[in-house]
Write a protein of this length. Sequence first.
Length: 248
Amino acid sequence: MSEPLLQIRDMHIAYGKVEAVRGVSIDLAEGQIISIIGPNGAGKTTLLSAVMGLMPFKGTVRYRGEDISGLGVEDRVERSLCLVPEQRALFTTLTVKDNLELGAYSQHLKAKEFRQRLDFVYDRFPRLRERRSQYAGTLSGGERQMLALGRALMARPKVLMLDEPSLGLAPLIVGEILQIVRGLRDEGVSILLVEQNALAALESSDFGYVLENGKVALSGDSASLAADERVSATYLGGAASDAMEEEV
């Protein structure tokens, strides 16, 4: 069996004396979507921040077999890891195109490569092409999420970490966003998906982890997790099995 693209091993993260993540280990294979679900305060966002190098931790993060635990954010971006945070962190006083251009900054693209990458993003998010001259602060919630995703894609990520991409969005927009996410997997992008919307996450992923109190409580292929009575009752309102069958 080939080595996972991204390996998180025995990760511990503390805020002072409070341990928010406790001994978490996760594998992400190439071309795979992994979902991480669980209640508020379970450590999901903290986990992604540590993998991206935004906060200290104990344990190991390996990417393509290389231990990147001690590397800073810029070095991880150069290795094609990218995080789309829950807050989206857009430059609201800049245009859509300017935000996308900033996403490609670390790649030092030549003019032709930049135009090709821009077209790649616009083809997946036609609304961003329509609004390319509009200020990011004037976009709707769904359009802002599209821009946050598009900006991340400008960096040509191999590992894309998404923190609550459905937050505050209407169900129709959530479906559109997650359809694009699944399409990215088909194009070779490996994805770590943190979601409060557990059903949407499991429907969109290949494998899932349930985090509770900073630890992995359950893990398994997404269909099995969705059918699990405990997961269904706690996170899916008891409707998981029927919903997954309808999707199939």
